[in-house]
Design a protein around this ligand. Structure first.
Ligand SMILES: CC(C)(COP(=O)(O)OP(=O)(O)OC[C@H]1O[C@@H](n2cnc3c(N)ncnc32)[C@H](O)[C@@H]1OP(=O)(O)O)[C@@H](O)C(=O)NCCC(=O)NCCS
Length: 187
């Protein structure tokens, strides 16, 4: 199968490899990373290895790496029909992401999201990209605002199965036409 690698000025986005397991565990075991996004911190290396193979090696899921050393510091994905509850259409998808805490606050995720939007609309021929965040996740809200996503609706009583919680979610989206108008995404 063709291996897609995406580039931005500071980052490369490439498929997850089994050799990323230790880096995955380092960042995904942090209780400040997963729970706010709806998943539990990884408990041990074995769990990270299992999640890497079963979830992160799916199509259109990328290890987010700094070009300087190529090591995985986060993840970004397009969840396609069947892997998202935001759409049933083949030409729509949901974007999801997380980043290791030592790298927060440098605009890394907005840089990755903008390239993933290009990839979604140009390479994957999507017509709409959905994205969401749970109430209180201001960091993710800001990423989505800065990248030009537009508020679509609020969802009450969302079941977060892994954490056995009920939360409120905010759903944003970007259409291909919205993206074309943004012309470079500079905010
Ligand atoms: C959301 C996340 C991906 C943001 O990535 P990032 O590369 O740090 O994004 P930015 O640098 O643009 O920062 C976004 C906002 O986070 C806040 N922030 C940045 N660094 C921070 C830090 N060290 N501590 C607390 N908040 C911080 C700022 O409010 C910033 O907004 P601003 O541009 O208005 O100042 C990252 O915080 C993360 O992985 N969080 C946990 C998982 C998660 O929430 N995933 C998304 C689920 S919807």
């Amino acid at each position: 199968m063709k291996k897609t690698i995406l580039y931005t000025p500071r980052l490369l986005l490439r498929p997850w490899e089994v050799s990323d397991t230790e880096d995955l565990y380092r960042y995904a075991s942090d209780p400040e990373v997963g729970p706010i996004a709806g998943w539990a911190p990884h408990k041990n290396l074995q769990e990270s290895a299992r999640i890497l193979i079963s979830i992160l090696q799916r199509p259109e899921t990328f290890a987010l790496c700094l070009k300087t050393d190529g090591k995985a510091i986060g993840s970004i994905a397009l969840h396609l029909k069947g892997d998202t509850d935001m759409t049933n259409r083949r030409d729509e998808c949901e974007m999801g992401y997380w980043l290791g805490k030592p790298f927060w606050g440098q605009g890394i995720m907005p840089e990755a999201v903008k390239e993933m939007l290009r990839h979604a609309f140009v390479d994957c021929h999507m017509r709409r990209v959905w994205i969401g965040y749970y109430e209180g996740n201001d960091k993710s809200r800001r990423v989505q605002e800065k990248c030009g996503f537009i508020f679509h609706h609020k969802s009450e009583n969302l079941e977060v199965k892994q954490l056995n919680e009920i939360r409120t979610g905010y759903v944003n989206s970007m259409t291909r036409e919205d993206w074309e108008k943004l012309c470079g995404f500079d905010n």
